[in-house]
Ligand binder design. Structure first.
Ligand code: NAI
Ligand code: MG
Length: 495
């Protein structure tokens, strides 16, 4: 593993500012480690407000030209980024796995192809970004869509490359420039990708400043030349960012996690549903904003379902994330690991029954790895903290329900509203549930069924704005009305 890491990463990374890799003004760095082994991978810059000012100034300079490029030029750049990812897909997948701990089967099977698909999808939009025309007897009203300017993008550590694409791709498609702040714990794949793309992205169009959130976040979001902020992460951090954004009254897009309900009806295909619940529990180690972390099982099938679920989750292969057979890797950071462990301890004290897992996992050869056993809690009540708070780990909480209105009420009794699932063969019930669930996405009979162009975003405290879709362009543009008078000469009002 050591040799592969050395080949994939440089020892030290700079910020990307104006097309150059530069040191931070403080000279401080942050060590990046592999969560499977605690092995040191590289150092990144610990940015500060001065670095942010340089990056925003460079993005602002690049905006004048980039915002006036031919749409096909932007199309070509975005398609080029997708092609760079596909050309080195296995390398990027390994980087993401070394940096974040996600199994290589997740990074090569979802993160990298998914990221390339996002750039590809947005590459098709510049030519379709249309304004509007309304005709009047004496006038023509045009509504142009114009880019905003410098966009701040702040992304988390759980799905680094994909979350970055969800912000950079629409920003560039619409003609904006970007200053990106990746998470301090996982950003090597992102830095490597934009190093790879230096020959296709004009200097200053994408700038990256690494560092700790509080130290660079406020300087970035409150910078007078930043015209928009897009954030994915936790609610407490979102509240701070919204305050910074209030300084210069800039628009925001917020994607803030969830506690999504996955509802199993009595007529569901129980094998498919059990597989869906296991997948939504262990995929990416459960560190997924939209994971189905509350499973609602109909009372009449509860015993049969729990048996299938427990048997199947015990088959999940946990171990070396670089091994293509591994399905569950280590948690991304020590902080996240400790947080999950605290919920494993909390569950039984709240009265939940532990069916399997519940402990740190010990993997031979990975004694320093941040592994947690896949865990199922049953007899969970919706007002328990384990059912209300985001655990963000491989932990499934199973709740019981009896009638349709009750389960919709329980599903909606959450401050969050990001994802959801319904498992039934009854088409009307599926639509009725989907319509009544207060959530941004509902999957019927397959969880994590991502398709290109599907709007992704939250209801309630899961945030606002939608990523990954045509309407995302509205968040990265503003309209300008131009009204053309068709009659020449004065009106003759003041004669
Ligand atoms: P966080 O929200 O603090 O971090 C996300 C990003 O925000 C990182 O890039 C971080 O550096 C940045 N950040 C932190 N403080 C900032 C500030 N004051 N100004 C600007 N940027 C700032 O999330 P954290 O603390 O790493 O994770 C805590 C919990 O949040 C997780 O356990 C999980 O429950 C949730 N979470 C949800 C995510 C989602 O996909 N919606 C992603 C990551 C975490
Ligand atoms: Mg944090």
């Amino acid at each position: 593993m050591k040799t592969s890491a050395i080949k994939l990463f440089s020892g030290q990374y700079g910020h990307l500012i104006g097309g150059e890799w530069v040191g931070g003004s403080s000279g401080n760095t942050i060590a990046i480690t592999n969560p499977a082994t605690a092995e040191h991978l590289a150092n990144i810059q610990a940015g500060d407000p001065e670095d942010i000012d340089r990056a925003v100034t460079s993005a602002d300079r690049a905006f004048a030209k980039w915002s006036r490029t031919h749409p096909m030029e932007r199309q070509e750049v975005l398609r080029g980024i997708a092609q760079k990812i596909i050309a080195r897909l296995q390398d990027y997948a390994r980087m993401e796995t070394l940096d974040n701990g996600k199994p290589i089967t997740d990074s090569a099977g979802f993160d990298m192809p998914g990221t390339a698909a996002v750039y590809d999808y947005f590459s098709t939009l510049p030519l379709h970004m249309r304004g509007d025309v309304t005709d009047f007897p004496d006038a023509i009203s045009l509504a142009h869509r114009e880019a905003l300017g410098v966009c701040a993008a702040i992304v988390p550590w759980n799905i680094p490359m994909y979350c970055t694409a969800l912000k950079v791709a629409p920003a560039l498609a619409a003609g904006n420039t970007v200053v990106l702040k990746p998470a301090e714990s996982t950003c090597l794949s992102i830095l490597e990708l934009f190093k790879d793309c230096q020959d296709i992205i004009p200097p200053g169009v994408v700038n990256i400043v690494t560092g700790y959130g509080p130290e660079v976040g406020e300087a970035l979001v409150a910078h007078p030349k930043v015209r928009k902020v897009s954030f994915t992460g936790s609610r407490p951090t979102a509240r701070k960012i919204m305050q910074y954004a209030s300084r210069n009254i800039i628009p925001q897009t917020m994607e803030l996690g969830g506690k999504s309900a996955n509802i199993i009806c009595a007529d569901a295909d129980l094998d498919a549903a059990a597989e869906g619940v296991v997948m939504s529990t262990v995929f990416n180690k459960g560190e997924v904003c939209i994971s189905g972390s509350r499973t609602f099982v109909h009372k009449s099938i509860e015993d049969a379902f729990l048996e299938k679920l427990t048997n199947l989750i015990k088959c999940v292969r946990q171990g070396d994330p670089l091994d293509p057979h591994t399905q569950l890797g280590p948690q991304a950071t020590q902080l996240q690991f400790d947080k999950i462990v605290s919920y494993l301890e909390l569950g039984p004290t709240e009265g939940a029954s532990l069916l399997t897992g519940g402990n740190k996992a010990h993997i031979a050869g990975f004694e320093k790895g941040l592994f947690i056993e896949p865990t199922v809690f049953a007899n969970v009540k919706n007002d328990m903290r384990i059912a209300q708070e985001e655990i963000f780990g491989p932990v499934s909480c199973v709740l019981r329900w009896e009638n349709d209105d009750e389960v919709i009420g329980l599903a909606n009794a959450s401050p969050y509203g990001l994802g959801g699932g319904v498992w039934t063969k009854d088409l009307s019930r599926a639509h009725r549930f989907a319509r009544n669930m207060q959530t941004g996405t509902v999957w019927v009979n397959r969880f994590y069924n991502f398709v290109p162009g599907q709007p992704l975003g939250g209801y309630k405290e899961s945030g606002f704005g939608r990523e990954n879709s045509y309407e995302t362009l509205y968040h990265y543009t503003q309209s300008k009305a131009v009204i053309i008078n068709l009659n020449e000469g004065p009106l003759g009002l003041y004669q």
